[in-house]
Each structure stands twice: as structure tokens, then as C-alpha cells.
Design a protein around this ligand. Structure first.
Ligand code: SAM
Length: 461
């Protein structure tokens, strides 16, 4: 799968000098800071990606940091935005691979920017070995712009890597974290939960994610919409449950029909939620952890229901409203902690509840590769506690005979099967309804969809 924006960025020496270059002929003479490379150069994209990677190494959220950067750089071309994104995301997907090499070649941990830059360069060298010398030159230019005193070190390390390709392969193969590009504890969790498929799950976690669309059946017909997109150069395949899997990802702004609310971007795995909960016209439905509202909207597209959407984070709650407006849908949206039932519930029970709980996001790690670097094993128990509290609180608000769909985008058992087992042990009035003949529906990430877990729980009448 190709990245959304193929990186077609030129080396800095052949690029025209861009507006990012500091100083001008008319400026008064002063001590010159080293010039930034031109914006359309690989060196510039590497420099920006290195800063994003360095931020993550110090604990920053990648998506937030990237969005902040885009706001600060409104003049970037699509190519520059795409190149920076692709370099940063690819580098972070490669967890452990660069560090297996650096631990052999660099005696002391370099400053975060240089550490990030070396990781970006190593990832790019692995992706484009035929451009090895350009990659090294561009990495050195990036270092020269921000930390000129360390450009010789960057040059030396990367040239060493080029001279020792067999040794590099050996170091990476020896080390489990490098071989599977995931933290060791994570590998162990996946291996225990999915003994037959653990290597495929880890490989999917390092791949480029697919892009799927959800057709708004109130405004468009699936086959006709797929044909319209194909005619516009965006071919795709309709999957059995109605999701349209695009052959190639595309920027949302280039999707015809998006602004008109005929379609939304939603992973094919996430599109099972509305089908499995299957609300009927007139029912009272609660979407308890709703932002940004993808599943809320799908539920409303599928039936005329009375829906309450809850969300803890007020900024994220605002995104639900704007998504619903684009799609021509209506729901009551409330900012609330769904565990604080007395604070938001009017006492009228719900026929159906969607509990799409906060989780480790280990099933969508290829979209958020910073979580491989930031999560700790202990976080899983914290998520599991939070999930149990949410399930117990919501159960009070479900009508006798009603159903609750428990959803995570995790591949860890503590958040999935083990969580549901513990819930069933605590609630004698709960039974698990089989999904397609199985006790639960675990979708493992692959080329069609991300990783999700679904369990359907029914309250005794
Ligand atoms: C997995 S995301 C939901 C995705 C959403 N269902 C969708 O399909 O677009 C979980 C959401 O739950 C929210 N959340 C976390 N704890 C919550 C709580 N106690 N009450 C309500 N919302 C909560 C998070 O802020 C986050 O937006």
C-alpha cells in the first residue's frame, strides 16, 4: 500500500532556494544562523520529521504535534506536508530497528533532534536503498541547519551504516524488538492472545493502513457511489458489509461527495459496529463514548432512532456535532463522563447501548505509531479498570431485554475477552449473544481493516 502522498521531494542542492531561507541581500550584516534547507527538499522534510520524532521520544502525541506544525506552516505544499508525515509515521512504525543499529555505532545517546534525524535517515535508507548517498547528504544538510556541530557525526554514522549493510541486517535480526518493530512486552501480549496469528498481527502493525469509506445510505446508493468514485479516478471494492475499500488512500479534501455528506472516511472494521448493534426505528440508543462521531453517524444513517451521544472531552464532543451537520443527521450530544450516571441520565432506559471504550489502540497502531513508543505495559491494566467502570455504569441504564455492544480497537486480551468474562461474572443478569456463531468477534488488523473487538451483551428481560 502506498502512502497517501508519495514522497517526491528533491535533494536540496538541486532545489530552488525557497522562502524558508533566512536573510536577504538587503538585510543588515549580522551573524548568520545556518539557513534552513529549501522547503521542497528532502533535507527539509527530514529536518521537520526528525523534530516530530524527537518530540515523541520525549513523550509528545504525534498527531497533535503534526497538526500544530501544520497550523504554524500554512504555506506548505501538499508534497511537503505529505513528505513530512510519511517520514515521521514510517520512522515511528519502525520501532526498535534504528536503535538496534545506533546502539552498535553511537556510544552515547545523541541529543533528541539528532537521535530523531538518525532514525528518520535509517528508515529512509531501508525504504530507498538505491538513493543511499542522497539520503545521507540530505540528512547531513538537515543536521547542518539545526545542529551544525553534529553534522560530522551524522555523516560518519550513516556512512558507517552504508559500509556495513550485512552487519546492520545481523544486528536487526538478532534483536526481537527490531525484528518485529514492537516493544518486547507488546510482542509477548500479542503472542499470548493470538498464538496462531501473532506474527501477522505484528506485521500489520508496521504496514501502511488501508483507507475505507462509509456511504451515507440516506444520501447515496453504494454501487452508484462506488462507480462515481471510480470514474473520478478513485477505484475501490465494496466489502460484504457495505464498506468501500479504496485501492489507494487519498487526501480527504480530494474525495468527491465528502463535503456534500454522501460519504465519510471510516475504517472497514469500525463499520461493523452499527450492523452488530442493529438499532430499529423508534428505539432509544446511547452512544456512550462517541467522539469524533463516526459510529454515532453510522447508527443514525442506518435507522430513525432517538440517539444520545456522550463524550468526556468537550473539544472532541464539538467534532461530533460538525460531523453530524455535514451528513444531515441529528442527535443529542452531551459532554459528560458516562461513568457519572447520576450526572447525565434522565432515568429512562436505553434499548441499545454502544460502548466504544477508550483503550490501548493496539489494533490501530499503524495509524498512531507513536503509541508503540509511549505506551507502557502497566497502561493496559489502567485501561482495563476504566473499561470495567464504564461497562458497570452503563449497564444500569440498559432496559431489560436490551443489548449493549462492547467495542475496543485493541488486540490485547485484558481489554477484550478477559474484560467481558469478568463483566459476565459480576452481572448475573447479563448474557453474551453469539456473533456469527462465535462468542465474540475479534477482527485482527490486515490489508482490509484495522483490529477491533466486538462483544454483544444482553440484559435479561
Ligand atoms: C474509541 S474513542 C470513540 C470513537 C467513536 N466511537 C467513533 O467511532 O468515532 C473513545 C472516546 O471515549 C471518550 N471517553 C473516554 N472516557 C470517557 C468517559 N468516561 N465518558 C465519556 N467518554 C469518554 C474519549 O475521549 C474518546 O473520544
Amino acid at each position: 500500500m502506498q502512502p497517501a502522498f508519495p514522497v517526491s521531494i528533491v535533494p536540496s542542492s538541486s532545489a530552488p532556494r525557497g522562502s524558508a531561507q533566512r536573510g536577504s541581500r538587503n538585510s543588515p550584516p549580522r551573524r548568520q544562523a545556518p539557513a534552513l534547507p529549501p522547503q521542497d527538499s528532502l533535507a527539509y522534510a527530514m529536518l521537520q520529521a526528525a523534530q516530530l520524532v524527537a518530540g515523541v521520544l520525549e513523550g509528545a502525541n504525534l498527531t497533535d504535534a503534526y497538526e500544530k506544525l501544520l497550523k504554524a506552516q500554512p504555506g506548505w505544499s501538499d508534497a511537503t506536508r505529505g513528505a513530512v508525515r510519511d517520514l515521521a509515521w514510517s520512522t515511528l512504525r519502525d520501532y526498535g530497528r534504528g536503535d538496534a543499529v545506533l546502539s552498535q555505532l553511537v556510544p552515547r545517546l545523541p541529543p533528541p533532534f539528532i537521535h530523531g534525524l538518525l532514525l528518520v535517515a535509517l528508515c529512509r535508507l531501508a525504504q530507498r536503498p538505491e538513493q543511499a548517498h542522497t539520503v545521507v547528504d540530505q540528512a547531513v544538510s538537515a543536521a547542518a541547519a539545526l545542529m551544525p556541530g553534529l553534522k560530522g557525526m551524522v555523516n560518519g554514522v550513516l556512512r558507517n551504516v552504508l559500509r556495513q549493510t550485512d552487519a546492520v541486517r545481523g544486528w536487526q535480526a538478532e534483536d526481537e524488538e527490531s525484528r518485529y518493530a514492537h516493544p518486547r512486552w507488546w510482542i509477548a501480549e500479542v503472542r499470548a492472545a493470538h498464538p496462531q496469528n501473532w506474527e501477522a498481527v505484528l506485521a500489520a502493525g508496521c504496514s501502511h493502513p488501508p483507507m475505507s469509506l462509509r456511504i451515507n445510505r440516506r444520501r447515496a446508493e453504494a454501487q452508484a457511489e462506488a462507480a462515481r468514485l471510480a470514474a473520478a479516478g478513485l477505484p475501490g471494492r465494496l466489502l460484504a458489509h457495505g464498506a468501500l475499500l479504496l485501492e489507494r488512500p487519498v487526501a480527504v479534501g480530494r474525495l468527491p461527495g465528502y463535503a456534500e455528506g454522501r460519504l465519510s472516511v471510516q475504517d472497514a472494521g469500525a463499520q461493523w459496529a452499527a450492523r452488530l448493534l442493529a438499532p430499529r426505528a423508534g428505539e432509544r440508543v446511547l452512544d456512550a463514548c462517541a467522539a469524533p462521531g463516526g459510529k454515532t453517524a453510522h447508527l443514525l444513517e442506518s435507522a430513525d432512532i432517538d440517539l444520545l451521544a456522550l463524550e468526556l472531552d468537550p473539544q472532541r464532543a464539538a467534532r461530533i456535532q460538525s460531523n453530524l451537520e455535514r451528513l444531515g443527521l441529528r442527535a443529542r450530544v452531551k459532554t459528560a463522563d458516562c461513568r457519572d450516571v447520576d450526572g447525565w441520565w434522565d432515568g429512562r432506559p436505553f434499548d441499545r447501548i454502544l460502548a466504544d471504550v477508550p483503550c490501548s489502540a493496539s489494533g490501530v497502531v499503524r495509524r498512531h505509531p507513536d503509541i508503540k513508543w509511549l505506551r507502557r505495559k502497566e497502561d493496559i491494566a489502567t485501561f482495563a479498570e476504566q473499561q470495567a467502570a464504564i461497562l458497570d455504569a452503563l449497564w444500569r441504564t440498559l432496559a431489560p431485554g436490551g443489548t449493549m455492544l462492547y467495542v475496543t480497537c485493541s488486540v490485547f486480551d485484558a481489554e477484550n475477552g478477559a474484560q467481558v468474562e469478568r463483566f459476565l461474572a459480576r452481572h448475573m443478569d447479563a448474557e453474551r449473544l453469539p456473533i456469527d456463531g462465535r462468542p465474540a468477534f475479534q477482527l485482527l488488523p490486515n490489508a482490509e481493516h484495522d483490529g477491533f473487538y466486538y462483544a454483544l451483551l444482553r440484559k435479561s428481560a
